[in-house]
Design a protein around this ligand. Structure first.
Ligand code: AMP
Length: 355
Protein backbone atom coordinates (compact mmCIF):
# COMPACT_ATOMS: atom_id res chain seq x y z
CA UNK A 1 0.00 0.00 0.00
CA UNK A 2 1.35 3.37 -0.95
CA UNK A 3 1.82 5.39 2.24
CA UNK A 4 -0.09 8.64 2.83
CA UNK A 5 1.98 11.59 1.62
CA UNK A 6 3.38 9.60 -1.33
CA UNK A 7 3.26 11.16 -4.77
CA UNK A 8 1.15 10.01 -7.69
CA UNK A 9 2.26 11.09 -11.16
CA UNK A 10 -0.42 11.61 -13.80
CA UNK A 11 0.46 11.70 -17.50
CA UNK A 12 -1.97 14.03 -19.28
CA UNK A 13 -3.46 17.31 -18.12
CA UNK A 14 -7.20 17.17 -18.91
CA UNK A 15 -10.35 16.98 -16.85
CA UNK A 16 -9.94 13.27 -16.15
CA UNK A 17 -6.58 13.99 -14.53
CA UNK A 18 -8.13 16.86 -12.62
CA UNK A 19 -10.88 14.69 -11.14
CA UNK A 20 -8.37 11.90 -10.43
CA UNK A 21 -6.12 14.38 -8.63
CA UNK A 22 -9.01 15.56 -6.43
CA UNK A 23 -9.66 11.93 -5.42
CA UNK A 24 -5.95 11.39 -4.72
CA UNK A 25 -5.72 14.51 -2.54
CA UNK A 26 -8.67 13.30 -0.51
CA UNK A 27 -6.77 10.10 0.24
CA UNK A 28 -3.76 12.04 1.47
CA UNK A 29 -1.56 11.76 -1.60
CA UNK A 30 0.31 14.43 -3.48
CA UNK A 31 -0.06 14.65 -7.25
CA UNK A 32 2.35 15.76 -9.94
CA UNK A 33 1.04 16.11 -13.49
CA UNK A 34 2.93 15.96 -16.77
CA UNK A 35 1.76 17.12 -20.18
CA UNK A 36 2.89 19.27 -23.08
CA UNK A 37 1.87 22.95 -23.28
CA UNK A 38 -1.89 23.34 -23.45
CA UNK A 39 -4.96 24.06 -21.37
CA UNK A 40 -3.83 21.66 -18.65
CA UNK A 41 -6.73 21.99 -16.24
CA UNK A 42 -5.43 19.12 -14.09
CA UNK A 43 -2.65 21.44 -12.95
CA UNK A 44 -5.10 23.36 -10.71
CA UNK A 45 -5.49 20.25 -8.55
CA UNK A 46 -1.82 19.19 -8.54
CA UNK A 47 0.92 20.19 -6.14
CA UNK A 48 3.33 20.24 -9.06
CA UNK A 49 2.92 20.18 -12.82
CA UNK A 50 5.64 19.63 -15.40
CA UNK A 51 4.87 21.21 -18.76
CA UNK A 52 7.15 19.52 -21.29
CA UNK A 53 7.04 17.62 -24.57
CA UNK A 54 6.31 13.90 -24.37
CA UNK A 55 9.87 13.09 -25.53
CA UNK A 56 11.74 15.47 -23.18
CA UNK A 57 13.98 12.95 -21.44
CA UNK A 58 15.26 15.39 -18.80
CA UNK A 59 11.75 16.44 -17.82
CA UNK A 60 10.64 12.80 -17.73
CA UNK A 61 13.57 11.89 -15.48
CA UNK A 62 12.62 14.72 -13.09
CA UNK A 63 8.99 13.54 -13.14
CA UNK A 64 10.01 9.93 -12.42
CA UNK A 65 12.27 11.04 -9.57
CA UNK A 66 9.39 12.91 -7.94
CA UNK A 67 6.78 10.11 -8.18
CA UNK A 68 6.08 6.92 -6.25
CA UNK A 69 3.58 5.61 -8.80
CA UNK A 70 2.58 6.83 -12.27
CA UNK A 71 -0.74 6.58 -14.08
CA UNK A 72 -2.29 8.18 -17.17
CA UNK A 73 -5.55 9.99 -17.85
CA UNK A 74 -5.06 10.05 -21.63
CA UNK A 75 -4.59 6.87 -23.67
CA UNK A 76 -2.61 8.52 -26.45
CA UNK A 77 0.45 9.24 -24.32
CA UNK A 78 3.26 8.04 -26.64
CA UNK A 79 4.50 4.60 -25.64
CA UNK A 80 8.08 5.93 -25.69
CA UNK A 81 7.18 8.37 -22.91
CA UNK A 82 5.92 5.60 -20.67
CA UNK A 83 8.84 3.34 -21.61
CA UNK A 84 11.22 6.11 -20.53
CA UNK A 85 9.94 5.74 -16.96
CA UNK A 86 11.29 2.98 -14.69
CA UNK A 87 8.76 0.15 -15.07
CA UNK A 88 8.26 -0.44 -11.30
CA UNK A 89 6.75 3.07 -11.18
CA UNK A 90 3.87 2.14 -13.48
CA UNK A 91 0.57 1.61 -11.71
CA UNK A 92 -0.62 -0.57 -14.60
CA UNK A 93 1.25 -2.58 -17.25
CA UNK A 94 2.06 -0.69 -20.44
CA UNK A 95 0.41 -3.34 -22.63
CA UNK A 96 -3.01 -1.83 -21.97
CA UNK A 97 -1.90 1.38 -23.68
CA UNK A 98 -0.26 -0.48 -26.52
CA UNK A 99 -3.46 -2.37 -27.30
CA UNK A 100 -5.83 0.56 -26.90
CA UNK A 101 -3.87 3.11 -28.91
CA UNK A 102 -4.60 1.39 -32.20
CA UNK A 103 -8.17 0.52 -33.16
CA UNK A 104 -7.04 -2.42 -35.21
CA UNK A 105 -4.94 -3.92 -32.40
CA UNK A 106 -7.79 -3.34 -30.04
CA UNK A 107 -10.38 -5.08 -32.22
CA UNK A 108 -8.03 -8.01 -32.91
CA UNK A 109 -7.23 -8.35 -29.22
CA UNK A 110 -10.84 -8.21 -28.06
CA UNK A 111 -12.00 -10.57 -30.84
CA UNK A 112 -9.32 -13.02 -29.73
CA UNK A 113 -10.93 -13.03 -26.28
CA UNK A 114 -14.38 -13.79 -27.66
CA UNK A 115 -15.70 -10.24 -28.23
CA UNK A 116 -17.78 -9.34 -31.26
CA UNK A 117 -16.89 -6.05 -32.93
CA UNK A 118 -18.62 -4.81 -36.10
CA UNK A 119 -17.04 -6.31 -39.26
CA UNK A 120 -13.80 -4.39 -39.82
CA UNK A 121 -10.84 -4.11 -42.17
CA UNK A 122 -7.42 -2.53 -42.02
CA UNK A 123 -7.11 0.26 -44.59
CA UNK A 124 -3.76 1.58 -45.74
CA UNK A 125 -4.38 2.22 -49.43
CA UNK A 126 -7.24 3.14 -51.73
CA UNK A 127 -7.20 -0.47 -52.95
CA UNK A 128 -7.73 -1.73 -49.36
CA UNK A 129 -10.67 0.66 -49.05
CA UNK A 130 -12.23 -0.50 -52.33
CA UNK A 131 -11.90 -4.14 -51.21
CA UNK A 132 -13.37 -3.39 -47.78
CA UNK A 133 -16.34 -1.62 -49.35
CA UNK A 134 -17.09 -4.80 -51.29
CA UNK A 135 -16.55 -7.20 -48.38
CA UNK A 136 -18.20 -5.15 -45.63
CA UNK A 137 -20.46 -2.96 -47.76
CA UNK A 138 -22.12 0.32 -46.80
CA UNK A 139 -23.12 2.08 -44.66
CA UNK A 140 -19.90 2.07 -42.69
CA UNK A 141 -17.43 4.30 -40.92
CA UNK A 142 -13.83 4.98 -41.83
CA UNK A 143 -11.79 5.80 -38.73
CA UNK A 144 -8.14 6.70 -38.30
CA UNK A 145 -6.52 3.76 -36.51
CA UNK A 146 -4.83 6.06 -34.00
CA UNK A 147 -5.43 9.36 -32.19
CA UNK A 148 -9.18 9.69 -32.74
CA UNK A 149 -11.51 10.82 -29.94
CA UNK A 150 -15.02 12.23 -29.56
CA UNK A 151 -15.86 11.32 -33.17
CA UNK A 152 -12.81 13.12 -34.59
CA UNK A 153 -10.90 11.32 -37.36
CA UNK A 154 -14.09 9.56 -38.54
CA UNK A 155 -15.98 9.65 -41.82
CA UNK A 156 -19.41 8.13 -42.32
CA UNK A 157 -19.78 6.31 -45.61
CA UNK A 158 -23.44 6.00 -46.54
CA UNK A 159 -22.91 4.56 -50.04
CA UNK A 160 -20.12 3.42 -52.33
CA UNK A 161 -20.72 6.63 -54.29
CA UNK A 162 -20.09 8.66 -51.17
CA UNK A 163 -16.87 6.71 -50.53
CA UNK A 164 -15.49 8.17 -53.76
CA UNK A 165 -15.87 11.64 -52.28
CA UNK A 166 -13.75 10.91 -49.19
CA UNK A 167 -10.32 12.50 -49.31
CA UNK A 168 -8.41 9.51 -48.15
CA UNK A 169 -6.37 10.35 -45.01
CA UNK A 170 -2.69 9.58 -45.31
CA UNK A 171 -2.59 7.45 -42.16
CA UNK A 172 -3.60 3.85 -41.40
CA UNK A 173 -7.36 3.54 -40.93
CA UNK A 174 -10.00 1.00 -40.03
CA UNK A 175 -13.22 0.65 -42.00
CA UNK A 176 -16.08 -0.86 -40.07
CA UNK A 177 -19.66 -1.73 -40.84
CA UNK A 178 -22.30 0.60 -39.44
CA UNK A 179 -24.05 -1.05 -36.49
CA UNK A 180 -27.80 -0.70 -36.08
CA UNK A 181 -28.25 -0.55 -32.36
CA UNK A 182 -30.87 0.30 -29.77
CA UNK A 183 -28.56 1.95 -27.26
CA UNK A 184 -24.89 2.40 -26.53
CA UNK A 185 -23.57 1.39 -23.15
CA UNK A 186 -20.29 1.02 -21.36
CA UNK A 187 -18.88 -1.43 -18.87
CA UNK A 188 -16.62 0.28 -16.36
CA UNK A 189 -14.66 -1.90 -14.00
CA UNK A 190 -11.89 -1.50 -11.50
CA UNK A 191 -9.31 -4.25 -11.07
CA UNK A 192 -7.10 -4.34 -8.00
CA UNK A 193 -3.48 -5.45 -7.80
CA UNK A 194 -4.74 -8.76 -6.40
CA UNK A 195 -6.86 -9.36 -9.54
CA UNK A 196 -10.20 -8.69 -7.85
CA UNK A 197 -12.72 -6.93 -10.11
CA UNK A 198 -15.70 -4.69 -9.37
CA UNK A 199 -18.16 -3.25 -11.88
CA UNK A 200 -20.25 -0.12 -11.75
CA UNK A 201 -23.75 -0.27 -13.18
CA UNK A 202 -23.81 0.30 -16.93
CA UNK A 203 -25.40 3.53 -18.14
CA UNK A 204 -27.13 4.03 -21.47
CA UNK A 205 -24.89 6.47 -23.33
CA UNK A 206 -26.26 9.03 -25.77
CA UNK A 207 -23.99 10.60 -28.37
CA UNK A 208 -24.19 13.53 -30.74
CA UNK A 209 -21.78 13.71 -33.66
CA UNK A 210 -19.66 10.95 -32.11
CA UNK A 211 -19.34 12.72 -28.73
CA UNK A 212 -20.98 11.54 -25.51
CA UNK A 213 -23.72 13.93 -24.40
CA UNK A 214 -25.58 12.04 -21.66
CA UNK A 215 -25.35 8.89 -19.52
CA UNK A 216 -28.53 7.49 -17.99
CA UNK A 217 -29.44 5.01 -15.28
CA UNK A 218 -31.40 2.82 -15.36
CA UNK A 219 -30.13 1.95 -18.81
CA UNK A 220 -33.22 -0.02 -19.88
CA UNK A 221 -34.10 -3.69 -20.24
CA UNK A 222 -32.08 -4.35 -23.38
CA UNK A 223 -28.84 -3.04 -21.91
CA UNK A 224 -29.46 -4.78 -18.60
CA UNK A 225 -29.94 -8.07 -20.43
CA UNK A 226 -26.63 -7.66 -22.27
CA UNK A 227 -24.51 -6.41 -19.39
CA UNK A 228 -23.55 -9.87 -18.00
CA UNK A 229 -22.02 -10.96 -21.33
CA UNK A 230 -20.29 -7.61 -21.76
CA UNK A 231 -18.90 -7.79 -18.23
CA UNK A 232 -17.50 -11.25 -18.81
CA UNK A 233 -15.63 -9.96 -21.83
CA UNK A 234 -14.40 -6.86 -19.99
CA UNK A 235 -13.11 -8.99 -17.11
CA UNK A 236 -11.27 -11.28 -19.58
CA UNK A 237 -9.70 -8.23 -21.24
CA UNK A 238 -8.60 -6.84 -17.87
CA UNK A 239 -7.16 -10.18 -16.72
CA UNK A 240 -5.31 -10.77 -20.00
CA UNK A 241 -3.71 -7.32 -19.73
CA UNK A 242 -2.83 -7.79 -16.05
CA UNK A 243 -4.74 -4.54 -15.71
CA UNK A 244 -4.74 -2.44 -12.54
CA UNK A 245 -7.16 0.48 -12.18
CA UNK A 246 -10.27 1.56 -14.04
CA UNK A 247 -10.93 0.11 -17.50
CA UNK A 248 -13.83 0.97 -19.81
CA UNK A 249 -15.30 -1.02 -22.69
CA UNK A 250 -17.95 0.54 -24.91
CA UNK A 251 -20.67 -1.51 -26.59
CA UNK A 252 -23.65 -1.21 -28.90
CA UNK A 253 -26.72 -3.06 -27.63
CA UNK A 254 -28.12 -4.76 -30.75
CA UNK A 255 -30.83 -7.38 -31.28
CA UNK A 256 -28.02 -9.90 -31.80
CA UNK A 257 -26.31 -9.04 -28.50
CA UNK A 258 -23.54 -6.69 -27.38
CA UNK A 259 -21.24 -5.48 -30.18
CA UNK A 260 -17.86 -4.25 -28.92
CA UNK A 261 -16.98 -0.73 -30.07
CA UNK A 262 -13.83 0.36 -28.28
CA UNK A 263 -11.99 0.35 -25.00
CA UNK A 264 -10.31 3.01 -22.90
CA UNK A 265 -7.60 1.99 -20.40
CA UNK A 266 -8.65 4.75 -18.03
CA UNK A 267 -11.49 6.45 -16.23
CA UNK A 268 -14.24 7.45 -18.65
CA UNK A 269 -16.71 10.24 -19.36
CA UNK A 270 -19.60 7.76 -19.03
CA UNK A 271 -18.50 7.11 -15.43
CA UNK A 272 -18.64 10.69 -14.16
CA UNK A 273 -22.00 9.96 -12.52
CA UNK A 274 -20.15 7.70 -10.03
CA UNK A 275 -18.83 10.77 -8.15
CA UNK A 276 -22.21 11.36 -6.53
CA UNK A 277 -24.10 8.31 -7.74
CA UNK A 278 -22.03 5.35 -6.53
CA UNK A 279 -20.61 4.19 -3.22
CA UNK A 280 -17.10 4.93 -4.55
CA UNK A 281 -16.32 6.98 -7.65
CA UNK A 282 -14.36 5.70 -10.63
CA UNK A 283 -11.67 8.29 -9.83
CA UNK A 284 -11.22 7.21 -6.24
CA UNK A 285 -11.21 3.51 -7.07
CA UNK A 286 -8.63 4.09 -9.79
CA UNK A 287 -6.36 5.79 -7.25
CA UNK A 288 -7.06 3.07 -4.67
CA UNK A 289 -6.19 0.35 -7.21
CA UNK A 290 -2.88 1.80 -8.39
CA UNK A 291 -1.86 2.54 -4.79
CA UNK A 292 -2.72 -0.98 -3.62
CA UNK A 293 -5.44 0.23 -1.22
CA UNK A 294 -8.62 -1.79 -0.56
CA UNK A 295 -11.15 -1.09 -3.34
CA UNK A 296 -14.40 0.68 -2.50
CA UNK A 297 -17.93 -0.54 -3.20
CA UNK A 298 -19.38 0.30 -6.60
CA UNK A 299 -23.10 0.05 -5.81
CA UNK A 300 -25.42 2.69 -7.27
CA UNK A 301 -26.97 4.92 -4.61
CA UNK A 302 -30.03 6.30 -6.41
CA UNK A 303 -33.00 4.97 -8.36
CA UNK A 304 -32.27 7.16 -11.35
CA UNK A 305 -29.24 9.16 -12.44
CA UNK A 306 -28.50 11.44 -15.37
CA UNK A 307 -25.08 12.83 -16.25
CA UNK A 308 -25.04 15.47 -18.97
CA UNK A 309 -21.96 17.06 -20.49
CA UNK A 310 -21.66 20.83 -20.60
CA UNK A 311 -20.18 21.68 -23.96
CA UNK A 312 -18.77 24.88 -25.47
CA UNK A 313 -20.28 28.23 -24.52
CA UNK A 314 -22.94 26.68 -22.31
CA UNK A 315 -20.22 26.66 -19.65
CA UNK A 316 -20.23 30.47 -19.48
CA UNK A 317 -23.68 30.48 -17.86
CA UNK A 318 -23.56 27.03 -16.28
CA UNK A 319 -23.72 28.36 -12.70
CA UNK A 320 -27.41 29.11 -13.31
CA UNK A 321 -27.93 25.33 -13.27
CA UNK A 322 -27.36 25.50 -9.52
CA UNK A 323 -30.68 27.33 -9.11
CA UNK A 324 -32.60 24.51 -10.80
CA UNK A 325 -34.68 22.14 -8.67
CA UNK A 326 -33.42 18.68 -7.69
CA UNK A 327 -30.00 19.69 -6.30
CA UNK A 328 -27.98 19.24 -9.51
CA UNK A 329 -24.28 18.51 -9.00
CA UNK A 330 -22.24 20.80 -11.22
CA UNK A 331 -18.64 20.19 -12.23
CA UNK A 332 -16.75 22.75 -14.30
CA UNK A 333 -13.30 21.87 -15.54
CA UNK A 334 -11.81 25.37 -15.54
CA UNK A 335 -10.93 25.34 -19.25
CA UNK A 336 -9.96 28.77 -20.47
CA UNK A 337 -11.60 28.68 -23.90
CA UNK A 338 -15.21 27.59 -24.32
CA UNK A 339 -14.74 26.36 -27.89
CA UNK A 340 -17.62 24.77 -29.77
CA UNK A 341 -17.79 21.02 -29.19
CA UNK A 342 -15.37 21.15 -26.25
CA UNK A 343 -16.25 19.33 -23.03
CA UNK A 344 -16.23 22.09 -20.39
CA UNK A 345 -17.97 20.39 -17.49
CA UNK A 346 -20.83 18.10 -16.58
CA UNK A 347 -23.91 18.06 -14.40
CA UNK A 348 -25.25 15.04 -12.54
CA UNK A 349 -28.84 14.79 -11.37
CA UNK A 350 -29.98 12.03 -9.07
CA UNK A 351 -33.41 10.67 -8.13
CA UNK A 352 -34.57 9.02 -4.92
CA UNK A 353 -31.96 7.32 -2.78
CA UNK A 354 -31.99 3.52 -2.94
CA UNK A 355 -32.70 1.89 0.41
P1 AMP B 1 -15.80 5.83 -31.37
O1 AMP B 1 -14.80 6.94 -31.38
O2 AMP B 1 -15.37 4.64 -32.13
O3 AMP B 1 -16.31 5.50 -30.00
O4 AMP B 1 -17.09 6.42 -32.14
C1 AMP B 1 -17.81 7.51 -31.61
C2 AMP B 1 -19.29 7.29 -31.78
O5 AMP B 1 -19.64 7.14 -33.18
C3 AMP B 1 -19.82 6.01 -31.13
O6 AMP B 1 -20.03 6.17 -29.76
C4 AMP B 1 -21.10 5.82 -31.93
O7 AMP B 1 -22.09 6.72 -31.51
C5 AMP B 1 -20.68 6.18 -33.33
N1 AMP B 1 -20.14 4.98 -34.02
C6 AMP B 1 -18.84 4.63 -34.07
N2 AMP B 1 -18.67 3.47 -34.75
C7 AMP B 1 -19.89 3.06 -35.15
C8 AMP B 1 -20.39 1.95 -35.89
N3 AMP B 1 -19.58 1.00 -36.40
N4 AMP B 1 -21.71 1.87 -36.09
C9 AMP B 1 -22.56 2.83 -35.61
N5 AMP B 1 -22.17 3.91 -34.92
C10 AMP B 1 -20.85 4.04 -34.68
Amino acid sequence: MLAPGSTIGILGGGQLGRMMAVAALQLGYRVIGYAPEGDNVAADACSGFITAEWDDSEALAAFAAACDVVTWEFENVPLGTVQALPSPLLGCPLRALEVAQDRLNEKNFVSGLGGSPAPYARIETEADFAEALIRIGTPGILKTARDGYDGKGQWRVRSAMEANGIRFPNVPCVYEGFVTYETEFSVILVRGRDGSVRFWDSTANLHDGGMLTRSLLPAGAMVEAQVPQARELAARVAAELGYVGVLTLEFFATREGPVFNEMAPRVHNSGHWTIEGAATSQFENHIRAICGLPLGGTATRFEAIEMRNIVGEEALTAHTILAEPGEPHLHLYGKREAREGRKMGHVTRVGHALK
